[in-house]
Design a protein around this ligand. Sequence first.
Ligand code: NIG
Ligand code: FE
Length: 413
Amino acid sequence: MSDPNPDHDHTAVVHDAAQIVTVEADGSLGIYEDAAIAVVDGEVTRVGATGPVTREYPPENAEYAIDARGKAVVPGFVDPHTHALFAGDRSDEFEAKLRGKTYQEILAEGGGILRTVRATREASDEELLSHLLSHLDTMLAHGTTTVEVKSGYGLDTATELRMLDVIARANDRHPVDVVPTFMGAHAVPEGRDADDYVDEVVDEQIPAVAEQGIARFCDVFCEEGVFSVPQSRRVLVTGEEHGLTPKVHAEELAHIGGTQLAAQLGATSADHLLYATQEDIDAVTDAGVVPVLLPGTAFGLGAEYADARAFLDAGAPVAVATDFNPNCYSQSMEFAASLSCVEMGMTPAEALVAGTKNAAQALDMDDGTGTLQPGTPGDIAVLDAPSYVHVPYNFGVNVVETVLKGGEVVHHE
Ligand code: NIG
Ligand code: FE
């Protein structure tokens, strides 16, 4: 059958929205009321008042026409830090932590990451893929359209490569864009010495990962009792020599200097930063390193939150992520936004920019993802709520109703 509207195929029009929110180049919000947005061939072409936009792009000719009366429209969320590929869960450790056990105590007993490593090594590729796809479904339902996923529950060359391969397959199969990060230096495997394991990461894992050609970034858990600053530096420098851009887990549980390392290496991001000092904040800001704050982790650990205001005052492009992993079991950027506001003192506007434009910057994306500016990807979340403020305000609830990825409806409640 011939297409009745060949000219308007691959067009999406969301119209009569109570509010459409874009992110401007300076990081402020553009707020359009009684508005429409048009997406053609995957890219935003027009945002503005419903009348003129729908005259140019009549909804009746569009492949997808969404009447958004009473609803707000925001950029799809970008989640720039997750460990979403793993087998098993650690709900029993959640209970142990509630009884007072610390994250480090659990790890030192062979639990925590090391336990997830055992479960992940035992799982088949198909099991791992199906777990990841199901987590991506949950993320998408909560408005996430791009997510970074790290390896790091293999801690040996074969399993790390397998994880990256599963991440690539999930990216092919699922509408959410998945950005792969190699994190062989996520923990010291049981019975191994840290220096000896770093030798393996540097001499064996990184060259194999580079040859496989999937990973974009190389991350390291630079932490007291895990990898020291010199060990982390070795991993990240070797990664860079093999084409992997550095990222750092820095000052999550203690202050050991990972943030300064990120600044010295010009890493794309420094993440966690609970114990970052003012010198650290100035250093990452001057070096153009994106601070990625993970309030869900502090929430789950019952820890202090990162000082988001100090980073914002310094002029840093603060990003927020879920850190979804078996120790921080939330796939929801909406919940991260609620914590950003209530626990880290960010405004709803700052939280929205942190989970869209700045999060895309934390993944080195330069195509305008997370902004809804003309010429950028048509990744859109339509809320069952009249304003973007409801994302953090209506906590513990999913306010996302419809999600478009590149102008295609990929989720509808
Ligand atoms: O970002 N800190 C290291 N990695 C994760 C935790 C992973 C895990 O506990 O399984 C994080 O918090
Ligand atoms: Fe992490």
